[in-house]
Design a protein. Sequence first.
Length: 362
Amino acid sequence: MKTYDEVEEFIDYTNKEEWKSYIMNSVIPLWRSAWIIKEYFEELKREFDNLQLSEVEEEDKPLLLGGIRISSDEIFSRNSLAKFYLKFFGLRLKDLQSWILQQQHGETLTEITVEVVETEFIKLVREIFNLLDYALQYQTLVPDFKEPQVNYEELKRNPEKVKELIKKFYQALLNITLNHNYGTFFLCSINQVSYKTMKTAYPRIDQALEFLQNEFGLMELDWNNPINPETQTFKDYTIYCFPEYNPKKQGKSFGGAIVKLNELLWSKFSHSSEIKETLGMLFGKIPNLKEEFIERIESQLPEKYSSWIYFKGITASESSSRIEESGKTLMEMLDENMPWLFTSLIKIIYVYENGFSFTSFG
């Protein structure tokens, strides 16, 4: 069976320099893009929110009115600048219909107010930034990373620069998902899995464990392991995770932040949503990242996973009342779930005194 050590271009998970490169080339670019977009949104809000349209500078009015049709069933033209700012940044007239009617009648009968509301796109940007910001605080490989400068006036005057900024953000977002990034895949794959599973996939994992624990926060999952601790089997079924995914003792870590980021992106891009519709204005069809990944690996997965594993000693079952008659060992049932955990399709959400509860991931 081929291991990931044999996969061409797979990350050398034992090499600090490769992880430094991962942070510099995958994490920080997305963090920077998210920072600039959220700051640009805040500047727009500071300048325009609750401002009367009559007080808006003429050169700024295209952000609110550019491409609006006053005599058409379709309010916005195909490449409307106003629609772009509405969908991405929530910049809009509070009563657009009244403005259109006033334009049709050639009279200003009432003041129109501008507002800037937080869109689903901006919420996603904030979530990504917050995750990566704390991720970067919980690592020491790249201690010096500076907040980027935002030239607000330049961006406001040049819509193409704003669109290019969003394109960079979107590309960095795709690039960091486990679908496209071996570093992210590795970190997700060692979360909530047994030592045996890690060792099978990554034969040199022993050379990396101390580094992963000290630098990225990897730890042993807190559960009532009934196996004799003096045996190799006990070591094989020691389950590792990041603190964010240790149900009984949660915390923060670089590794856990990356896993949570991938979970967030899978969730946001897994179904029709306002975010996908908004991004579709610039990028066309937006991929369902989770489904794409499942299609690639489903032939390698067991038929199903156990949503519950209860055990008494080393005897286990999906039903707490049928442990005695199950005929299965705890080790067998954990092994059946490990491919699903390894590929981040399920996660352990609760640990009982004598069992686990699992759910779909992302």
